[in-house]
Design a protein around this ligand. Structure first.
Ligand code: ELE
Length: 209
């Protein structure tokens, strides 16, 4: 499965910051119940890699990837844990040899036309616009489409229930990602039904968009 196919499979991707394996299992179950099938587990917490391992084992129907990948060691560890794709806030040069060696579907972060062109030339036609809202959001994506029509984006950073559909309606957007699908307040409260409802609403909106 290539990166674009993974984005289209979404087309809404929860960006998850997990504090424990048990929490990861509960949140993922709740999101699956709402119809989400693609998950980005950020490597920002000590529980992340164990979480990936357990999620891959517990939910074979889910596509589990990792986010916040910043170096080759993280990428290797994530692949060993069973991650099926990887996402980064950028495209650090130090990652390129590991990406070439592993051929894992990879979504690099970009924020400018030059970064988008460099990532395209490195072999990545599907890219994450990050942080989407802060760097120009919908108007920026519209402006990028004319000169760079062969680059497809997954905007993340500042996406939420009220603006996701506007992004998904753009011709160069295949997916949107964000933490709004599993917000910390609902996770801490153990409000799994609330998370299922957020997921279902996001998917319903994406189908209208
Ligand atoms: O670390 C990564 O690889 C990322 O993917 C970054 C995330 O996309 C953003 O941190 C989500 O931003 P919010 O939805 O505004 O909370």
């Amino acid at each position: 499965m290539d990166t674009l196919a993974i984005l289209k499979r979404g087309p809404v991707m929860p960006v998850m910051v997990i504090q424990s394996v048990d929490e990861a299992l509960q949140v993922t179950r709740a999101l699956l119940d709402g119809g989400i099938n693609t998950f980005e587990i950020t490597l920002r917490t000590p529980a992340a890699l164990d979480g990936v391992r357990e999620l891959v084992a517990a939910f074979p129907q889910a596509l589990i990837g990792v986010g916040t990948v910043r170096d080759a060691d993280q990428l290797e560890a994530a692949l060993q844990a069973g991650a099926r794709f990887a996402v980064s806030p950028g495209l650090p040069a130090a990652l390129l040899p590991a990406l070439a060696a592993n051929r894992v579907p990879f979504l690099p972060g970009v924020a400018t036309p030059t970064e988008a062109m460099n990532a395209f030339d490195a072999g990545f036609a599907a890219q994450k616009l990050f942080p989407a809202e802060a760097v120009g959001g919908v108007p920026l994506l519209k402006s990028l489409h004319s000169p760079l029509p062969d680059i497809v984006f997954c905007p993340t950073g500042g996406i939420h229930a009220a603006n996701a559909a506007t992004y998904l309606a753009l011709p160069n957007v295949a997916c949107v990602g964000g933490s709004w699908l599993a917000p910390a307040n609902l996770v801490q409260a153990g409000d799994w039904a609330g998370i299922t409802a957020l997921a279902a609403a996001a998917l319903a909106q994406s189908r209208q968009g």
